[in-house]
Design a protein around this ligand. Sequence first.
Ligand SMILES: [Zn+2]
Ligand SMILES: [Zn+2]
Length: 462
Amino acid sequence: MREWRRGLLLAAVVLVVHGPCLRFGYTWLDDHKLVAESIPLLRDPAFALEAFRDDVFLSSIGSGFYRPLMTLSFMPAAILSGAAPFLHHATSLLVHLAGVLLAWGLLRAMIGGRTAPLLAALLFAVHPAIAQAVAWIPGRNDSLMAVFLLISFLAFLRHRRDGKVSTLAMHLVAWLLALLTKETAIVLPLAGFAAAVASVWGWGFGWVDFGLLLGMYVLTALGITVGFHRLFTHKSFETSGAVRFVLAALGSMAVQGSVLRWVAQHRRHHRHSDTPDDPHSPHHRGRGLLGLVRGFWHAHIGWAFTPDPAGLDRYVADLKRLTSVRVASALFPLWIVLGLAIPAALGGVLTGSWAGALLGLLWGGLARVFLVHHVTWSVNSVCHLWGSRPYPEHDHSRNNWVFGVLAMGEGWHNNHHAFPTSARHGLRWWQLDVSYYVIRLLAWVGLAWKVRLPAPQLAVTA
Ligand SMILES: [Zn+2]
Ligand SMILES: [Zn+2]
């Protein structure tokens, strides 16, 4: 089979599998808000420039997304056929087809041969995860981002062969276009960078890197659990201004927002647990598997992109009166930089090399932030969905032993919702609760006092 015939086969498969979408109308919500209701805007050629300042995401739903190139991609169909959905769906189909052909080209360039690239491109063409990108019009941001990223990768491959500045520039421009389509494109150079480090320095992960990863993980996670959560949010013990400042700084290095904002959101979570006013409940997102997936996503990370409600500040009026907290909160950007610079410096000094500094930054900094993020977010998502409920009366919180261990005791989340001001979350002897042991240690050396526990008749403390 000649190459152009393989290309035609791919196009035919895309058309057969996704073609039925051409008959679809608009789905409610996003299709409607971003396309159907924005038609007058999208038909105005002047909006092409305006979209970079105020795209439809910002003007219609006021979300935190910035996706001007996707907005631009709505414009040709709107100008040609107005609100009729056919051309809008056809555009999504063509964008996906372009992505399939580019992916096929990239695979041929990278792994060579005929069968394997064709089969992989076929899988990409029909994979169910792609269906939403074609059927749901704003979902096209994923296919459009894929198109730009694939061009970016292809340009980089060519640059490795020819070494020209022009191919490198094309690589960077294509990545920039991807970034203007969807913010997620920002992680790809980072992933490529990690892969490059691994390939240049062997595995790129030695004992020093492991030590920096573990050390920074434990310190910054404790900043969140002992500091942000048990001390600042729930006042489960008292301590000195200096300890408060250090805990606020360590927690800030976990890059989950400043201490004041974090505490305000978490107090709101307890006030309205699993009701519609809860900032990150995995419930109330529809029924069935789809509702579960949407709920999980929202509770895990999606909620962080919703704007703060007005008056969030009133939840932290007490903390704002403490100078140590106010100053530490205002210095949030500095803590982020230090959280990256410290492991980099240690990596450099301990190995006596620039490569060691780079790996320290990668493992003790970036990879560590990633891990602490997902473990903390899992307390919001996983621990309101899966696990046991010895105290079922309050909300949907659960005790989940995996995150009891990984999140330094925070996974005993049903206990915590039952006794929010308790410094101890693991109420049974076998419920490992590292954060509580640290608080006990602080109390033992005289740095913490008035450590609060549930009344003994309420909790079963075997
Ligand atoms: Zn909770
Ligand atoms: Zn809490």
